[in-house]
Design a protein around this ligand. Structure first.
Ligand SMILES: Nc1nc2c(ncn2[C@@H]2O[C@H](COP(=O)(O)OP(=O)(O)OP(=O)(O)O)[C@@H](O)[C@H]2O)c(=O)[nH]1
Length: 840
């Protein structure tokens, strides 16, 4: 049973044969001329016939193939460049501070809408029309950029123009009509039809939308990869189907000019046999029998069985008889003709012919399903001229007509018809009913031939009949045309759509960036005078604060010095009322009390000076604060809390008290001046040795004797001494209290005059005040500093934003230009497009 299986298995494939096409360069010298496509040869068969050539059919075909190859290459380059542009956008989104934001549709204000309408007709309708056919203004041949800009409200076109004064929140939002995106449109309405898409988008964070948009761009890049594969795939599959025994296998053999498939009057094809170029199998002729077509991999021998080509007929019969269970055959064979004549491999399109089982009730559905596959570019329906269309055939054609609008029809076995004209008429009538479009192009799509008469063994080296040559040429031409539609058209439409989307995105983003830039520049311009004014104000205020503080400190210093210096008289007067006099016997106690009270009073005067200084300082602080408040409103601090608390210890009360201590000589200083001081002193010394001590007493007596002489002394001594002593006692008793105060006050005065106490206190108080003012000035300085720093920070951010904005405007402008240029190139690739809404 397995005798027809070959032991030869295909070798694993070497490297991919497909070579990469040259990239489209955006350099000036590489740019195609806009009219380049107009000089390319026409696809018209009639025009080609007029070209003098050995074989006009082949010459025309050659031209068609060249045109197709050119279009494919241009589209491939454009796909690559568009992909590069999308990659660049994605990379910029990830690395640069400016992202491509999704444009949200703005409702135009009446004025803006009116202005736009009057200027450019109906803006809403235009905004959705980027395809040349849809744009009624196409006659003006405006480039996409201008058309787009007319769809948007006017915005600065360059960073320089962004200087135009723009009021914040005004131009950015008014009247912008953003054309709807096509392939990059974010549709969030899944499961939520109550809320509009724009409303949903507005509800999302800008970054979330940017992320979603990035996902769409990523999908688009993938789809471009698929399109690239599809366009660069040169193989085209032609399904040959028809009624049983219509001569399908014979037609394949005639087209191949080789006996490859078995021919039999009995139904002999029960599986799909794909005849393809041996170069697809590294030049090796072979037959691969496949059980599971979807799993087939030419490089994996486990997915097929190799059948010896010589035993193909036996193998197929075994399949029909149920001995073998296979679904598909791949027949790799060499087309021995020249490249230009070759059907399978002609350098532009590799055609694979797929012979299918004859149509009957069982197979019609399977075949119709097979025909719907994307890889099937052309369906050739073979009908027997003798039998016309059977029910199964009609059923298939009805099905296929829905999918493939044009069907290529071969009416075979025409040699066995005697009344050929009648046969033609009847069959064309039937075709008219089945496929109106095929009937319209019947001249090229319906062929009456006798494939049996075109087999190599019948021709035996002779020429093929003209009708068969024409069938062959039309078939190739039809394949090319279908390929244009099935492979180039989707690529072209998708490129148009994605480039239009990129243009819309970049233009709307450029406008947004320009508006932001204008706004930032305006803020910068507005902020600069404020900044300069703050700097000047700071200098002025701080200078005033310094002056005010210094003046107040000087005033306080002078005031303190004066008050303390002049305080002694007042202290002296106050002391008698404050210290009780308890008699001579308590004289030392009194003297001590006086000096203590005087010292305390002096401390009180110092405190008073402090209080006054505080008041002055307070007034000064208030003045400073009001200055600062005018200059830089902020919370005022209580700088006065920095005043040192009055502390008697700080003015050395204890030391002062010591300084004011009196001795006995100080007490009688006033009697010395009267000349009687020594007498009184001597008397007192005698009466009060307790008070003066013996040493002083003897000294006094010696003084008295020297003064009046020894005899007189003896005579007058007692009465005089008694009288003087009494008088002295009275005098002392009466004046002692004041004398002590005077003396202490004198000491205090001397202490003030000769010492540093007044200077120290004045300095201390002024220093305290100065510290308060310094603290206040520091705080004001701080406030200004914060204000200036905030301003500088804001300015740095604005400058950065302006720089980003400038770059963004340039960047989006460049993206737009690139997209526009690519779109013009795409438009220049002429491909008949039936549906511009072809998407991913
Ligand atoms: N007279 C005449 N007979 C032909 C012609 N072409 C094919 N035949 C004969 O028609 C019969 C069927 O040919 P096939 O090529 O096997 O037909 P098929 O459509 O492949 O058959 P199935 O695959 O079984 O459906 C054979 O006997 C051929 O010799 C033709 O142009 N003229």
């Amino acid at each position: 049973m397995s005798s027809y299986f070959s032991s030869q298995h295909s070798q694993p494939a070497a490297a991919q044969r497909r070579t990469s096409l040259p990239r489209l360069s955006l350099e000036e010298h590489d740019r195609p001329q806009p009219t380049a496509h107009h000089v390319l040869p026409s696809l018209s068969y009639a025009a080609a016939v007029g070209v003098p050539h050995e074989n006009p059919f082949n010459h025309n075909l050659f031209l068609q193939q060249q045109v197709f190859a050119d279009k494919s290459n241009r589209l491939l380059s454009l796909i690559q460049n568009t992909k590069g542009l999308l990659d660049e956008i994605r990379e910029t989104n990830a690395t640069k501070p400016w992202q491509t934001y999704y444009p949200s549709l703005q409702i135009p204000t009446t004025a803006a809408a009116g202005a736009t309408s009057s200027a450019a007709g109906n803006p809403l309708r235009r905004s959705n029309s980027f395809h040349p056919e849809d744009d009624t203004d196409r006659s003006s041949s405006l480039p996409l950029q201008q058309r787009l800009q007319r769809s948007f409200t006017s915005a600065p076109a360059s960073p320089q123009h962004a200087h135009a004064p723009v009021e914040a929140n005004s131009t950015a939002q008014v009247g912008r009509l953003i054309p709807e995106l096509n392939v990059l449109k974010l549709d969030l309405k899944v499961g939520n039809y109550a809320t509009g898409n724009d409303a949903l988008l507005r509800g999302l964070e800008r970054n979330t939308i940017a992320h979603l948009l990035d996902g769409r761009i990523q999908q688009s890049v993938k789809h471009l990869d698929n399109l690239y594969q599809r366009v660069s795939d040169k193989s085209s599959k032609v399904l040959i189907t028809g009624d049983l025994n219509a001569g399908k296998s014979t037609l394949v053999n005639a087209l191949m000019q080789r006996t490859i498939l078995p021919i039999d009057q009995q139904p002999c094809t029960s599986l799909f046999c794909e005849v393809l170029d041996a170069q697809e199998n590294e030049g090796q002729e072979a037959v691969h029998a496949i059980k599971e077509p979807s799993a087939y991999n030419r490089e994996d021998p486990n997915t097929f069985t190799v059948v010896d080509m010589r035993h193909l007929e036996k193998f197929m019969n075994d399949v029909i008889d149920g001995y073998e269970d296979y679904a598909q055959l791949k027949v790799y064979c060499t087309d021995r003709r020249l490249v230009n004549d070759s059907l399978l491999h002609n350098g532009v399109v590799d055609i694979a012919l797929i012979d299918s089982p004859g149509l009957n009730r069982d197979s019609v559905k399977t075949t119709a399903l097979f025909a719907r596959q994307q890889e099937i570019d052309v369906v050739v329906f073979v009908v027997s001229a003798e039998n016309h269309f059977t029910l199964s055939g009609k059923e298939f054609l009805w099905n296929a007509a829905n999918e493939k609008t044009h069907i290529f029809i071969v009416v075979n076995r025409f040699d066995s018809i005697r009344d050929k004209e009648r046969c033609k008429r009847v069959i064309l009538d039937q075709i008219k009913q089945l496929s109106a479009k095929t009937y319209e192009d019947a001249d090229e799509l319906v062929h009456f031939v006798s494939a049996g008469s075109c087999l190599p063994e019948v021709i035996q080296g002779g020429d093929l009949p003209a009708d068969f040559l024409r069938l062959e040429e039309c078939l190739r031409s039809f394949v090319l045309e279908k390929r244009c539609k099935s492979k180039l058209a989707p690529a072209k439409v998708y490129l148009e759509n994605i480039l239009s989307d990129v243009s819309i995105l970049s233009e709307s983003n450029r406008q947004m960036a320009a508006e932001e830039l204008a706004k930032v520049r305006m803020e910068l311009e507005r902020g600069e005078p404020q900044y300069q004014e703050t700097l000047v104000r700071r200098e002025m205020v701080l200078e005033k604060v310094d002056r005010l503080a210094e003046e107040t400190c000087t005033l306080i210093d002078t005031m303190t010095r004066e008050k303390l210096t002049n305080s002694v008289d007042d202290i002296e007067n106050s002391v008698s009322a404050l210290v009780p006099w308890n008699g001579l016997l308590h004289i030392w106690q009194y003297a001590n009390d006086v000096r203590y009270v005087m010292a305390d009073l002096f401390v009180d005067r110092v405190k008073n000076c402090e209080v006054e200084a505080r008041e002055k300082a307070k007034m000064c602080v208030n003045d400073i604060n009001s200055l600062a408040e005018d200059a830089s409103p902020a919370s005022q601090s209580d700088a006065l809390s920095l005043f040192t608390k009055p502390d008697p210890a700080r003015i050395s009360t204890g030391k002062l008290k010591d300084e004011l201590a009196l001795d006995f000589v100080d007490v009688f200083e006033v009697q010395d001046k009267l000349g009687m001081a020594s007498v009184s002193l001597g008397a007192v010394t005698m009466f009060s040795s307790k008070a003066l001590g013996y040493k002083s007493m003897i000294h006094s007596l010696f003084d008295i004797t020297n003064t009046v002489g020894v005899s007189n002394v003896r005579k007058w001594f007692v009465p005089v001494v008694t009288a003087a002593g009494l008088g002295l006692l009275v005098y002392i008793a009466a004046d002692m209290k004041h004398a002590l105060a005077r003396k202490t006050a004198r000491k205090l005065r001397a202490h003030i005059r000769e010492g540093t106490v007044v200077h120290d206190e004045a300095m201390r108080i002024a220093k305290d005040c100065r510290r308060v003012f310094k603290s206040n000035a520091w705080e004001i300085q701080n406030r200004f500093q914060k204000e200036i720093e905030a301003h500088e920070k804001r300015r740095a951010e604005q400058e950065r934003a302006a720089k980003d904005g400038e770059q963004a405007v340039v960047y989006f402008g460049k993206v737009f230009e690139k997209a526009d240029e690519l779109a013009r190139w795409v438009a220049a690739v002429e491909v008949e497009v039936e549906d511009r809404k072809i998407k991913a």
